[in-house]
Design a protein around this ligand. Structure first.
Ligand code: BTN
Length: 239
């Protein structure tokens, strides 16, 4: 895979900021081009999905990109899956056996390694900009009590590979849609999980062709989950 041509062609490096997604959104409002990225060494108000905080000590990678893809607003949510595949492949290149958890998490041996936060702005039914934020735990720090990190990684080499993977998978998604992403996502997904989605508890049954999560409840029915939070539950073992 060659060096990226558009992803990261303009790069802003910050020692500290509140959230790189906010910095990238401000750049987008000022007209920043597709592929502009912001990277911070630490964040004071990093955020994840559903208003959760994303603990962002030095040693992690906090990267947000301004994207202006030619897609409809309704096609933004599956972009998270494409970005997850890209981050997973970058982590694997550095020896971390990363796996995907729907819709936006990367895990290694059951512990969280990275997360994706995609935020979009549309006007009159037209997508204006997407801000794609990725947080990756590169180094183990005391703040990451239940999470995990890649460890022993050259930060700049990792950024270069992540940017190259992101360009590849985003281009695939924009060019060919979720059909070009779903098989790769299935190959990399965490398996054998019990999940809770709202009131529903079930075992992971896979990913549908349109990017919806498939969850099988105890009565055998398979449910399609298209949005919302999904929690991993411990498996009850009989002794
Ligand atoms: C999640 O797991 O819920 C998503 C976490 C996303 C964190 C990244 S770090 C870079 C960017 N800036 C933020 O404030 N959030 C994203």
């Amino acid at each position: 895979m060659s060096a990226p041509s558009w992803f990261g062609h303009r790069r802003i490096d910050l020692i500290e900021c509140g959230s790189t997604n906010d910095e990238a959104a401000a750049l987008a409002r000022a007209g920043a081009a597709h592929g502009t990225i912001v990277i911070a060494q630490r964040q004071t108000a990093g955020r994840g999905r559903d208003g959760r905080a994303w603990v962002s000590p030095p040693g992690g990678l906090y990267l947000s990109a301004v994207l202006r893809p030619a897609i409809a607003p309704a096609d933004v949510p599956p972009l998270t899956l494409a970005i997850g595949v890209a981050a997973c492949d970058a982590a694997r290149e550095f020896g971390a056996p990363a796996e995907l958890k729907w819709p936006n998490d990367l895990y290694v041996r059951g512990k969280k390694l990275a997360g994706v936060l995609v935020e979009a702005q549309s006007q009159a039914g037209r997508l204006e900009v997407v801000i794609a934020g990725i947080g990756v735990n590169l180094a183990t720090t005391p703040e990451l009590d239940t999470a995990t990190a890649i460890g022993n990684v050259d930060r700049e080499r990792f950024i270069a590979r992540l940017c190259a993977q992101l360009e590849t998978w985003i281009d695939r998604y924009v060019g060919a849609g979720i059909a070009a992403i779903a098989p790769a996502w299935r190959d990399r997904m965490m398996r054998d999980l019990v999940l809770r989605a709202g009131e529903l508890v079930g075992t992971l049954a896979g990913l549908d062709d349109d990017g919806a999560l498939l969850l099988q409840s105890d009565d055998g029915r398979v449910h399609r989950i298209r949005s919302g939070d999904v929690a991993v539950l411990p498996r009850l073992r009989s002794s």
